[in-house]
Design a protein around this ligand. Sequence first.
Ligand code: NCD
Ligand code: ZN
Length: 344
Amino acid sequence: MNDRITLRRLDDMHCHFRIGSLLKEVLPFTAQYAGRGIAMPNTRPRAIITGNDIVWYRDEIMRALDEMPHRHRFEPLMTVEIRDSTIPQMIAEAHRVGAVAGKVYPLGVTTNSDEGLRDFDSEKISDTFRAMQDVGMLLLIHGELDRERTLVTKREEVFLPTLLKLAERFPNLKIVLEHVSTRVAVESVRQLGENVAATITAHHLCLTLNDVIGYGIQPHHGCMPMPKDFDDRDALIAAATSGDPKFFLGSDTAPHPREKKECAKGACGVYTAPVLPQVLAEVFEKAGCLDRLEDFTSRFGAEFYGLPLNDGTVSLIKSEWVVREQIGSVVPFRAGTKLQWQLA
Ligand code: NCD
Ligand code: ZN
């Protein structure tokens, strides 16, 4: 039996690094094992919507990296938030300062989406998507819609026709359906052309809705999209471990201070950065597919983004440990529970 695995340094294609003191708390975890991470733009109070915002945010991240006691070779991949007000000129500017992708949050579906996109069909936003296609920026989508009389658990399914339309109208735009959570979304991504891929989180490989509300409300498992049914989770595990390059890691590590989670109207987001490779190793081992872990964490994402593979490696050893109840101001995923793998 394998008791050590070595992986090429990871690409985490979906990270919430936040800003200020939280950034300094959370960034060291990802930088420890990842060569790159997609920096999501839904920061507050300053959101990342212009070229200037991107330059500012990258500097913040680089400063936080510089302050870390152990220097790691880590590169933040920058993104810009696409709103109804985003015009092609803003895309050109974002691209000029190095953004690799634009992120769409449909209005009102998740943390800090209060200025999210209202209309996927307008002429104006089509021009923006076309501008992205022309310069080779990726379109990252939080694939949920908040419709009247639509349950939170159905929001991803309700979004899928919009994805199909986009993929058809912009065949050369690389589109990532972020954090897929349902079998039907997995199947849609499989059937669409080569320009469409999906990220999968570690927590959606572990949780069902039962783990969020089935045994007392567990705020630290509350996230968007909501974890779904057992059959959906089976489909996600199958997709992640299948060796299909359309599915790669995007952890959606989304830290919120404990008091913002343990309250009425608690914030959505699961903080997986401190346990990410360890949890993934457990999932892949259980599926009998440890040999496919590296493709999922360190190869397929880079290939879809058109990036060279990372240099360097990270090793995990099989040795039980207990995750801390709280790390800094945040409760991590699997807090207080045993994990079988640890970073060497
Ligand atoms: C994310 C966050 O906290 O910024 N929350 C979440 O539940 N996943 C936003 C997001 O990616 O939806
Ligand atoms: Zn996210």
